[in-house]
Design a protein around this ligand. Structure first.
Ligand code: ATP
Ligand code: MG
Length: 333
């Protein structure tokens, strides 16, 4: 492949353990493919230097690269990640929560993915203080954003379905109470799925919380409005037992940004013992997004293999370093 045809990956380690786990992921990506990596700064450290947590060139890089791998930002997180998600025009947040052999989990049978609406709902930003006593929030739901999410969900489950199996997903909503907004969300999502020949199971979002705790194995792919997806995916994170393990993707129409769910972990930053698994799983999602399905699958399997057999970092009861774990994953590749 010629130089110009290589996928261009923006690499933004950020602060804290982002500086440790993102280079680990780059090392693993280099072991499975030929990519053009372009590194850029964001977060507390660059703000201290320049006064700006997200330099324009970093934003532009994310807005133009085929995919972005981001680590974490500390105090400046909101000033960094919100604009970065906007740079890729992300309309869906993909959050898998899976329990792995070798890792203590409350619910070892958990293996599901949330597809969370990423632009509207109660996170619309339309809040008002109307009087000393009264504040309001406008919940925004559009047919276009709901249908865009539904189209993505249909592609997602169709790609993953086994031959002969009818693809399907759960739709979480509260249309019995929020008849107008969640009614619109529900109608739009179910309408697209019906047209696409995809099965849908409707579930009330509060009931999802209970079912998740009691029988997480009944869920595979759950399509959610913004706030519900935020809360329920954190609940699922608790079930699988480890912030250090959860990857995520912010997907837009033409590009996407991948990041571990965890933050900068200031308590262990600089010690070289951060668990790189969440970022390695994020890198596996990045590979699949770019169409390198095989390489993505290999990275995921190698990372799972190391979780099961060791070496393990201290958060999982081991005494290995980030580098030891990364080297073991590269070895398996
Ligand atoms: P931030 O404000 O950046 O989110 P935080 O103090 O909330 O920082 P998190 O990164 O959210 O820290 O992590 C919460 C806890 O989980 C910390 O004790 C941290 O050490 C641990 N943790 C998070 N990610 C990892 C990881 N990759 N490896 C090991 N431990 C981790
Ligand atoms: Mg945190």
């Amino acid at each position: 492949m010629g130089r110009d045809e290589r996928d261009r990956i923006a690499v933004i380690p950020g602060d804290g353990i982002g500086q440790e786990v993102v280079p680990a992921a780059v090392e693993v990506l280099e072991a499975v493919g030929d990519f053009e990596f372009v590194e850029a700064d964001a977060g507390d450290a660059v703000k201290a230097e320049t006064g700006d947590a997200l330099p324009q060139e970093t934003y532009d890089l994310a807005a133009e690269a085929d995919a972005t791998l981001f680590g974490a930002a500390g105090e400046t997180a909101a000033d960094v990640i919100l604009p970065l998600r906007e740079a890729v025009d992300s309309f869906v947040n993909v959050r898998p929560a899976k329990a792995y052999p070798g890792v203590d989990a409350l619910r070892p049978e958990t293996d599901l993915v949330f597809l969370r609406e990423n632009t509207e709902g109660v996170y619309s930003g339309h809040e008002d203080r109307l009087s000393e006593d009264l504040s309001t929030l406008t919940r925004v739901v559009t047919t276009s954003a709901s249908e865009r999410l539904a189209e993505f969900a249909c592609d997602y489950v169709t790609d993953r379905a086994d031959a002969g199996e009818t693809p399907g997903f759960h739709v979480a909503h509260k249309a019995n109470v929020m008849r107008e907004t969640d009614g619109r969300f529900r109608d739009a999502v179910v309408g697209v799925a019906d047209e696409r020949g995809v099965d849908t199971d409707e579930v009330l979002m509060d009931a999802v919380a209970t079912h998740l705790c009691l029988e997480p194995e009944t869920f595979d792919v759950v399509v959610c409005p913004n706030l519900a997806g935020d809360v329920l995916s954190d609940l699922a994170a608790g079930l699988v037992g480890g912030l250090g393990l959860l990857p995520s993707a912010n997907v837009g129409p033409d590009r996407a940004l991948f990041e571990p769910v965890h933050g900068t972990a200031p308590d262990i930053a600089g010690d070289g013992v951060a668990n790189p698994a969440a970022t390695l799983f994020s890198a596996a999602m990045l590979l699949q997004y770019l169409g390198h399905d095989d390489a993505g699958e290999r990275v995921r399997e190698a990372t799972e293999g190391v979780l099961a057999d060791g070496p393990r970092t201290p958060d999982l009861g081991g005494d290995a370093s980030t580098e030891d774990v990364t080297a073991a994953v590269v070895d398996r590749l």
